[in-house]
Design a protein around this ligand. Structure first.
Ligand SMILES: *Cc1c(COP(=O)(O)O)cnc(C)c1O
Length: 425
C-alpha cells in the first residue's frame, strides 16, 4: 500500500459482518472463560487484552496505522506527545545513564529532559543540530544510551540531518530517536534514513482538527539490542517485574522495544489514551495525506508573500530557496515540510502585537499544526517570563510571530495577513 492508501486502510481489516469503521472499544476490562486463559496473557504467552491501562484494541488499531505509515514493525499510542517522548527515552535510559539531544527541540521536551528527567538521574548533553562532527563525537560518553532530535524543530524549523545523526549513534552502538511531529510520515519517514525509534505528538497534524491530545511511538525494528546487550540490560536481561521475560529474546528486534514500553512503562505510569480519543485521531489520520500537501502549498504562498513585503524583516520557512535549511529539506522532505512559518516585522515586539490583534481569520492560539490557521507571539505568551536577551538566546526573538498555516483557501489567508499588515500604518 502507498501512503495515501495506508491512511485509509492500514491498521484494521474488518471480517465478514464486522463494523466498517475502527470500533470504539470503550471498556476498561475484558472477559475470559478461565483464569488460566487470562494468566497466559499476563505472562505475555498469548495475545489478547485484559486491562485498558496496558492495551486496548481501538488504541492498538490506530497505533498499527501510524506504524504502517512510518514503515515500522511495532507501535503504541500514549495519552500525549510528552508521554511518547518520555517513554521513548526512559525505556532505554534510567538513573546513571546519559542521552544526547539536539538543542533545537520543542520547549516541553526540553523541560522534560533538562529538568524532570535530570531529577530522575538521566543526564543530557544538548548539541547544536548544526555542530561539527568533532563536537558531536565529543558528546558521546561510555554511558550514552540514545540520541534524540526533531525532524523539523518546533518552533525554530531547523531540519535535523537524520542520516548523519543515525550514523553517529550507530557507530556508538545506540539508537536514534526522532520526533517526527511536524513533518508527519506523509512528508518524511525517518526510519528510511536510519532512525530507530520515531515519536509523535498526534495532537498536531495527525489529529489535525484541534480535537485530541495524544502521542505515538513507532519502532523501526532495525536496532540489534542483543548486539549491545551490556548497554541495554532492561531489554536484554530478564525482567523480574514481568515474570522473568527477556524482551529482546522473546520479541526480537521488531517487537522488544514496544513490548517493554507497554508492559513496564504503560503499566506503571498509565499514560493511556482513551479509546474515544483514538477513534477521533483515526478520523484525522484518514485525511492526513490530503491535508499535508495543502498545508505545504498554503504555507509556501504565505512565506513567499511575506518574503517580498517590505514591512517584513525576516521569514523562516524551509520551503523558501533562500532558507538555510532548504537543501536539507529537499533531501528529507521532497514533497514539502509543513505549514508552520515564522517571521518578524519592522517595529519588532510592538508591531507583532498590533499585527496579531488585527488578524481576523488567523486566530490567536497556543496550538500549532492543524486545519485552522492560527498565530502565536511567543514573547508575549508562552515565553513571556523571559527578557528580550533571553528570548534572543533561546532563538525566539521578541519580534517572532509563529503562524501555523491551515487548509483554508490560500487567498483568504493571504488577504487576512495583508489587511492586518495594512492596519499597522
Ligand atoms: C506539541 C509537541 C510535543 C508535545 O506533545 P503534546 O501532545 O502537547 O504532549 C512534542 N514534540 C513536538 C515536536 C511538539 O510539537
Amino acid at each position: 500500500m502507498r501512503k495515501e492508501t495506508k491512511c485509509i486502510q492500514a491498521g484494521y481489516t474488518p471480517s465478514n459482518g464486522d463494523p466498517r469503521m475502527i470500533p470504539i472499544i470503550q471498556s476498561t476490562t475484558f472477559k475470559y472463560d478461565t483464569g488460566e486463559a487470562m494468566g497466559k496473557l499476563f505472562d505475555l504467552e498469548a495475545d489478547g487484552y485484559f486491562y485498558t491501562r496496558l492495551q486496548n484494541p481501538t488504541n492498538d488499531m490506530v497505533a498499527a496505522k501510524i506504524c504502517a505509515l512510518e514503515g515500522g514493525t511495532a507501535g503504541m499510542l500514549t495519552s500525549s506527545g510528552q508521554a511518547a517522548n518520555f517513554f521513548s527515552v526512559f525505556n532505554i535510559a534510567s538513573a546513571g545513564d546519559h542521552v544526547i539531544s539536539s538543542s533545537s527541540i520543542y520547549g516541553g521536551t526540553y523541560n522534560l529532559f533538562h529538568v524532570t528527567m535530570r531529577k530522575m538521574g538521566v543526564e543530557f548533553t544538548f548539541v547544536d543540530p548544526d555542530c561539527s562532527d568533532e563536537e558531536l563525537e565529543a558528546a558521546f560518553k561510555p554511558n550514552t544510551k540514545a540520541v534524540f532530535g526533531e525532524t523539523l524543530a518546533n518552533p525554530a524549523m531547523i531540519v535535523f540531518d537524520i542520516e548523519r545523526y543515525a550514523k553517529a549513534a550507530h557507530a556508538h552502538g545506540v539508537p536514534l530517536i526522532v520526533d517526527n511531529t511536524f513533518a508527519t510520515p506523509i512528508n518524511c519517514r525517518p526510519i528510511e534514513w536510519g532512525a530507530d525509534i520515531v515519536t509523535h505528538s498526534t495532537t498536531k497534524y495527525l489529529d489535525g482538527h484541534d480535537a485530541t491530545v495524544g502521542g505515538a511511538i513507532v519502532d523501526g525494528g532495525h536496532f540489534d539490542w542483543m548486539a549491545h546487550a551490556d548497554k541495554f540490560p532492561g531489554l536484554c536481561t530478564p525482567d523480574d517485574s514481568y515474570h522473568g521475560i527477556t524482551y529482546a529474546e522473546k520479541f526480537g528486534m521488531g517487537g522488544a522495544f514496544i513490548t517493554k514500553a507497554t508492559a513496564q512503562l504503560m503499566r506503571d505510569f498509565g499514560s493511556t489514551p482513551s479509546p474515544m480519543n483514538s477513534f477521533l485521531l483515526n478520523l484525522g489520520l484518514e485525511s492526513l495525506a490530503c491535508r499535508m500537501p495543502v498545508h505545504v502549498s498554503n504555507a509556501q504562498k504565505v512565506a513567499e508573500f511575506l518574503e517580498q513585503d517590505e514591512r517584513v524583516t525576516w521569514v523562516n520557512y524551509p520551503g523558501l530557496a533562500s532558507n538555510k535549511y532548504h537543501a536539507l529539506a529537499e533531501k528529507y522532505m521532497p514533497d514539502g515540510t509543513c505549514g508552520v512559518v515564522s517571521f518578524g516585522l519592522k517595529g519588532g515586539r510592538a508591531a507583532a502585537e498590533s499585527f496579531m490583534s488585527h488578524l481576523k481569520l488567523a486566530m490567536i492560539a497556543t496550538h500549532v499544526a492543524d486545519a485552522h490557521t492560527c498565530v502565536l507571539h511567543p514573547a508575549s505568551t508562552t515565553h513571556r517570563q523571559m527578557s528580550d536577551e533571553e528570548l534572543v538566546a533561546a532563538g525566539v526573538g521578541p519580534d517572532l510571530i509563529r503562524l501555523s498555516v491551515g487548509i483554508e483557501n490560500a487567498e483568504d489567508i493571504l488577504e487576512d495577513i495583508k489587511q492586518a499588515l495594512d492596519s499597522l500604518e
